[in-house]
Design a protein around this ligand. Structure first.
Ligand SMILES: *[C@@H]1O[C@H](CO)[C@@H](O)[C@H](O)[C@H]1NC(C)=O
Ligand SMILES: *[C@@H]1O[C@H](CO)[C@@H](O)[C@H](O)[C@H]1NC(C)=O
Length: 134
């Protein structure tokens, strides 16, 4: 029984050091997203709601992924600049808390949406959403 307990302690120690390392890498960024999976119909709108907290002004980037396709939707830094990809510019709304709205949905919009938050010091963190379009 004794050596089983030893393994437990070792597992916990490994887990803790990985957790500490991850916290260190992620810095002070946190991404709060109430809902990670959404279903909408064609021509409807969707709102990917997130709330970001981090040190300094974050760089927020949204990426769309579906099968082999991966494309940048837009990048912005609240109050500094906004760069929405031309294909999306008429349908995307961006918010300072990192949220993004996409209107007039098409079947091809179904897929995985990832938001990546990068802080001035260079560390970054991401969160993903799955969108189904009927
Ligand atoms: C982010 O901001 C938008 C617009 O102000 C708001 O509607 C949304 O609820 C916010 N999201 C969160 C998770 O706080
Ligand atoms: C805007 O984003 C596009 C796509 O990611 C990129 O190719 C382009 O260089 C960016 N433009 C500026 C001014 O940052």
């Amino acid at each position: 029984m004794w050596h089983f307990r030893l393994w437990d302690v070792q597992d916990v120690a490994v887990f803790l050091s990985i957790a500490l390392y991850m916290c260190h890498l992620a810095g002070a960024i946190s991404i709060h997203s109430p809902q990670k999976s959404l279903t909408r119909s064609v021509q409807e709108d969707v709102f990917f709601s997130v709330d970001i907290t981090c040190d300094g002004i974050p760089t927020i980037q949204w990426t769309f992924m579906s099968g082999a396709v991966s494309r940048t939707i837009g990048t912005w830094q609240p109050g500094l600049y906004t760069n929405i990809t031309v294909d999306y510019s008429s349908r995307v709304q961006h918010y300072n808390n990192g949220s993004m709205g996409l209107s007039d949905l098409r079947l091809a919009d179904a897929g995985y949406y990832q938001v990546t938050v990068t802080e001035t010091a260079g560390s970054s963190k991401d969160a993903g959403f799955v969108l189904k379009v009927n």
